[in-house]
Write a protein that binds this ligand. Structure first.
Ligand code: KIV
Ligand code: ZN
Length: 500
C-alpha cells in the first residue's frame, strides 16, 4: 500500500512574489482552476492582510474552486488571522497558515525576542486561528537554520495547541539534503504528536543553492507527508521546489511507495499557462517542462532513441502532457477551434471574452502563418493595456546597414495625442529616444531581455524590461511579431506603472 503525499501549491503566494510577475484576480482564478484540474490538494491563494488585491484574490479563488483546500497566509498576529479568516469565508475547505521565525537570527534580529517568548507567540497564534478554522498550519520560518532540539520544542507546543500541519521551511535554501532529511527524521522521532498522527510535517524548500527538490525528496523519505511547491519552481530569488519535479520523481521511482493526486498529463499545459500569464519564460533545460527536456540532439542519443526510446528516455513526454500532434491554429480556424484549444490549455471563457480574444487571434493569425499554444495563452491573458494611461498609437522605424536608425512615434496619453521622432544607435534605441522626447522624465533602462523566438521568423517576440525611475525599478512586458514594437510596448508598460 502506497502512502499518500499531499501537494500544497504556493504558486499564487510564494511564487507570485517574483518581482514583475504579479497576476490580476482574473488571471489568478485561471491558474487556480487549472491547479484544481491538475489535482493539487491545497492552493495557497495569498496573504490577505498584505494588500486589498491579495484579500480579494483569496475571496474570488475560494468561490471559483471546489475540491482543493484554500489556504491563506498570516504572521503570528491576531489582525492578520482575523483578515485571513474573513478572506476565506467562501472556501469550501479552508486553512489558515500562520507562523513565526524560529532560527536564532530571526529571534534576535527580526523579533528582538527570546526562544521562550517565540514559543508563546506561536502557540497563541495557533490557538487564535483555531477559533476560526479546524485546519491550521504552522510555519517555523527559517526552520532550515533552526537548531533541531529547539525546533522540536516549537513543533511539540504548536501540535498541542491544535496545529494540523507543521511546515518546516528551508527559507534561505541553505540545507544539504542529508541534513534536511535528518531534521525531518529528528522531528518525527522526538515529537509525540507527530507519531500519534495528530499532525503531519510539510516541506517548503527554497532553491538558492539548487537543492530545493533534493531537500524536498529527502524530507519525504524521512516522513514529511505534505510538500509545498510551485509550478515551474517559480518564486523569489532562485525560486521554490517545482511541483512537476516532485510529482515525476515519485511517478518514476515507484519503489519509494508514495503517491500524489497529480494528473501528470496536466503538468505541461499548467506550466505553459503559468509561464504565459506571468510573462516568465521557462529555461529551455528546465527538468520536465523545459523546451529541451525531451529533445535528443546528439547523434548517439538519437540513434538509441530511434532503436528504442527507453535507451535514453526515463519518462514518456505524453505522461506530462506534451502533445507533439497538437493542432496549430491558422487564420482559417473558427471560434470553436479556438475555444477547444483554450479548453485543452486550461482556459475557460464566457462568450463575450471569447469573442474579444477571437478578434485578437484573427489579427495575430493575419501576421503569422500558425498560431501556437504560447500565442494563444498570451492572447488569453487579461488585456493589461486596457487601463493604461499611456498607449502606443503608432511606431515607424527606418533602419538598415550603414544608415542611422530613425523612429517616429505616436502616443495617446489619457486621450491626448503626442508625436515625436528621433534617431538612434539601432531601431530600439531610436524608438525609445523618440518616446523620451514625449515623456521627458529621467528614466534609465536597467535590463532588456528579448525572449528567444523558436518557431520561425514570423513568431511573436516577447520583451521583458526593467526601467529605473525616481529611485524605483519598474518591470514591463511587451509581445508583438515586430520586436521593436514589443520593446517599446515593454517600456510603455513600465511607464504606466510609475508611482505618480
Ligand atoms: O519561505 C518561507 O519561510 C515562507 C513561509 C512564509 C512559509 O514562505
Ligand atoms: Zn517561502
Amino acid at each position: 500500500m502506497s502512502d499518500r503525499l499531499f501537494i500544497f501549491d504556493t504558486t499564487l503566494r510564494d511564487g507570485e512574489q517574483v518581482p514583475g510577475c504579479q497576476l490580476n484576480t482574473v488571471e489568478k482564478i485561471q491558474v487556480a482552476r487549472q491547479l484544481e484540474a491538475l489535482g493539487v490538494d491545497v492552493i495557497e491563494a495569498g496573504f490577505p492582510i498584505s494588500s486589498p488585491g491579495d484579500f480579494n484574490s483569496v475571496i474570488e479563488i475560494s468561490k471559483a474552486v471546489t475540491w482543493p483546500t484554500i489556504c491563506a497566509l498570516t504572521r503570528a498576529v491576531q489582525k492578520d488571522i482575523d483578515v485571513a479568516a474573513d478572506a476565506l469565508q467562501y472556501a469550501k475547505h479552508k486553512r489558515i497558515h500562520t507562523g513565526i521565525g524560529t532560527s536564532d537570527s530571526h529571534i534576535k534580529y527580526k523579533f528582538n525576542s527570546n526562544r521562550e517568548e517565540i514559543i508563546e507567540r506561536a502557540v497563541a497564534a495557533v490557538k487564535y486561528a483555531k477559533r476560526y478554522v479546524e485546519d491550521v498550519e504552522f510555519y517555523a520560518e527559517d526552520a532550515g537554520r533552526t537548531d533541531n532540539e529547539y525546533l522540536a520544542r516549537v513543533v511539540d507546543a504548536v501540535v498541542k495547541a491544535g496545529a494540523t500541519v507543521i511546515n518546516i521551511p528551508d527559507t534561505t535554501g541553505y540545507c544539504l539534503p542529508q541534513d534536511f532529511g535528518a531534521k525531518i527524521k529528528y522531528l518525527m522521532e522526538h515529537v509525540d504528536g507527530l507519531s500519534a498522527g495528530k499532525a503531519i510535517l510539510s516541506t517548503h524548500c527554497h532553491n538558492d543553492l539548487g537543492m530545493a527538490t533534493a531537500n524536498t525528496i529527502a524530507g519525504v523519505l524521512n516522513g514529511a507527508r505534505q510538500v509545498e511547491v510551485t509550478i515551474n519552481g517559480i518564486g523569489e530569488r532562485a525560486g521554490n521546489t517545482s511541483l512537476e519535479e516532485v510529482a515525476m520523481i515519485l511517478k518514476c521511482h515507484k519503489g519509494i511507495g508514495i503517491d500524489t493526486n497529480i494528473n501528470t498529463q496536466k503538468i505541461y499545459p499548467t506550466s505553459r499557462l503559468v509561464s504565459s500569464l506571468m510573462n516568465m519564460p521557462v529555461q529551455p533545460n528546465k527538468a520536465i517542462v523545459g523546451r529541451n527536456a525531451f529533445a535528443h540532439s546528439s547523434g548517439i542519443h538519437q540513434d538509441g532513441v530511434l532503436k528504442n526510446v527507453q535507451t535514453y528516455e526515463i519518462m514518456n513526454p505524453k505522461d506530462v502532457g506534451i502533445d507533439d500532434n497538437a493542432i496549430v491554429l491558422t487564420a482559417r480556424s473558427g471560434r470553436a477551434a479556438l475555444k477547444h484549444r483554450l479548453h485543452v490549455l486550461g482556459v475557460e471563457m464566457d462568450s463575450e471574452r471569447l469573442d474579444a480574444t477571437y478578434q485578437e487571434f484573427l489579427k495575430l493569425a493575419d501576421k503569422k502563418k500558425e498560431v501556437n499554444d504560447d500565442d494563444i495563452l498570451m492572447l488569453a491573458g487579461a488585456d493589461r493595456t486596457a487601463a493604461h494611461a499611456v498607449k502606443l498609437d503608432y511606431l515607424q522605424v527606418t533602419t538598415g546597414m550603414g544608415v542611422k536608425s530613425v523612429a517616429c512615434i505616436g502616443l495617446d496619453i489619457a486621450g491626448e495625442k503626442f508625436e515625436a521622432s528621433s534617431s538612434g544607435n539601432g531601431p530600439v534605441d531610436a524608438a525609445i529616444s523618440a518616446l523620451k522626447n514625449i515623456i521627458k522624465r529621467h528614466m534609465v533602462l536597467k535590463e532588456f531581455t528579448i525572449q528567444a523566438i523558436s518557431k520561425g521568423s514570423d513568431d511573436v517576440g516577447k520583451v521583458h524590461m526593467q526601467v529605473e525611475y525616481d529611485g524605483h525599478v519598474y518591470y514591463g512586458f511587451g509581445a508583438n511579431t515586430d520586436i521593436v514594437t514589443a520593446s517599446v510596448e515593454a517600456y510603455i508598460d513600465c511607464i504606466n506603472k510609475f508611482k505618480k
